[in-house]
Design a protein around this ligand. Structure first.
Ligand code: FES
Ligand code: FE2
Length: 442
């Protein structure tokens, strides 16, 4: 197969720019996978709709009268015009702008001007309705899949879905939504965010020496440890504009003077337990739907980072999360969206979030942490083209997720059946930041 990963820790460079490889992804990957099409708060009311575009396909996602969500191919059955663009709200359904064919929010054709001028064979019932697309809801998002044979959404998101459900991910809403148009391949963009190996050189401000309480052989100093952790939380909060939510940082700052045991392990455990409890109490007092973080930890449900293969990510910390979505625009161009998600009370009625105007990667408005990641990416994309560069050399232990992700993709490109792909997809849906190369079963 073209540019396949033959040795797991070596990734051929052509995968990131060869138009033929990109065509294979367009034909064999994207039409077969579940894709996050919109956040549900974009379509809060019946008849609200949002268009989701992936490559040359466009899908209408619409809220139905019973608050369900349905999806249709965005193509008029008369002469193929895209029925909607962008998003909005409709009264009775959709009207094609060209000749005025009408469709209900259930996709059914509800009107054809000068109907009698068409021969019967072009008016066959069913044939003139919008073509339905599989659509399911999970985690505060509507998802679509263009493949009628794909496994159910939920199975395709495990084990991430079950862990995030316990964390009540569906209660999160967008606080902000940004987008970046990156001059790089979509996989290169993803792979800048899935390992910890880059953190010290790219984000030096996140390396805080006493954070784990032990600087060389110096005795443990609980106060220094707490201050270092607060500095880390503040840096993550400001640097990511909300991955650790500012509310949670304030809660942590309020605990600064709490007594801690003198033993290092006991002190760190007590600090983490106190902080979890305080965050939970703060959010519950504010009327938010908030899980018990210490209960999750006690049950071994760790808030790792989650990839919903292939293109949506949830990075939870305490009460809130950052989410990413990546969409290819061409072999060397990607739209990356970033959300800050947090919890609101039910009576907090927010406007529908509006899709962001994409900023370039060097826009001065980016918070420091993505700005640092974005500064590497265009250089990397250009560097890959060097004549003497053949393949990426991955750390088998620290950059295994990159390999696992690329090899699941190869499973799709090889046309493997869903039954073989599903366990492999589930292997990449949860990744501790230093995930090693794993056996995917093919
Ligand atoms: S193309 Fe839609 S009504 Fe003619
Ligand atoms: Fe980074």
């Amino acid at each position: 197969m073209l540019h396949a990963v033959e040795i797991p820790d070596r990734i051929p460079k052509e995968r990131y720019f060869d138009p033929d490889f990109f065509r294979m992804e367009t034909e064999l990957l994207w039409p077969r996978v579940w894709q996050m099409a919109c956040r549900l708060e974009e379509i809060p009311q019946p008849h609200d709709f949002a268009e989701y575009e992936i490559l040359d396909q466009s899908v209408i996602v619409v809220r139905t009268d019973d608050m369900g969500v349905r999806a249709f191919q965005n193509s008029c059955r008369h002469r193929g015009v895209r029925v909607v663009t962008g998003r909005g709200s409709c009264d009775d359904g959709f009207t094609c702008p060209f000749h005025g064919w009408c469709y209900g929010v259930d996709g059914r054709n509800t009107g054809i001007p000068r109907r009698k001028t068409f021969a019967e064979h072009n008016l066959e019932s069913g044939d003139i309705d919008l073509v339905p697309v599989r659509c399911e809801v999970w985690g505060g998002c509507a998802w679509i899949n263009l493949d009628p044979d794909a496994p159910p959404l939920r199975d395709s998101l495990e084990p991430a879905a079950s862990i995030l459900d316990e964390w009540k991910v569906e209660s999160l809403r967008s606080e902000w939504w940004y987008a970046c148009r990156l001059p790089v391949n979509w996989k290169l963009a993803i792979e800048a965010f899935v390992e910890a190996y880059h953190v010290a050189p790219t984000h030096p401000q996140l390396v805080i020496p006493t954070r784990y309480g032990r600087r060389d052989s110096a005795p443990f100093d609980a106060r220094a440890f707490v201050d270092a952790d607060l500095q880390y939380l503040r840096t993550m909060s400001e640097g990511m504009a909300g991955m650790v939510h500012a509310d949670d940082v304030r809660v942590a700052e309020g605990l600064r003077d709490t007594e801690l045991p003198s033993d290092a392990d006991a002190a760190i455990a007590a600090w983490n337990r106190n902080l979890n409890d305080a965050v939970v109490a703060w959010h519950r007092d504010a009327g938010h739907d908030m899980p018990d973080l210490n209960d999750l930890a006690a049950r071994g449900l760790n808030l790792e980072f989650f990839q919903c293969f292939p293109h949506y990510f949830v990075l939870p910390m305490y009460s809130s999360a950052t989410a990413y979505r990546f969409r290819p625009l061409g072999p060397e161009e990607t739209l990356m969206e970033l959300w800050s998600l947090t919890r609101f009370s039910d009576d907090d009625r927010r406007e529908k979030p509006a899709p962001p105007e994409p900023w370039p990667p060097d826009d001065p408005r980016w918070p420091p942490i993505p700005a640092q990641d974005f500064s590497n990416l265009p250089r990397q994309q250009r560097g890959l083209h060097a004549k003497g560069f053949e393949y990426m050399r991955l750390s088998e232990q620290m950059e295994g997720h990159v390999s696992n992700f690329e090899r699941v993709l190869d499973g799709y490109l090889a046309g493997l059946p869903h039954a073989a792909l599903l366990p492999a997809v589930q292997q990449v849906n949860v990744y501790p930041f230093d995930k090693p190369v794993v056996d995917l079963g093919f």
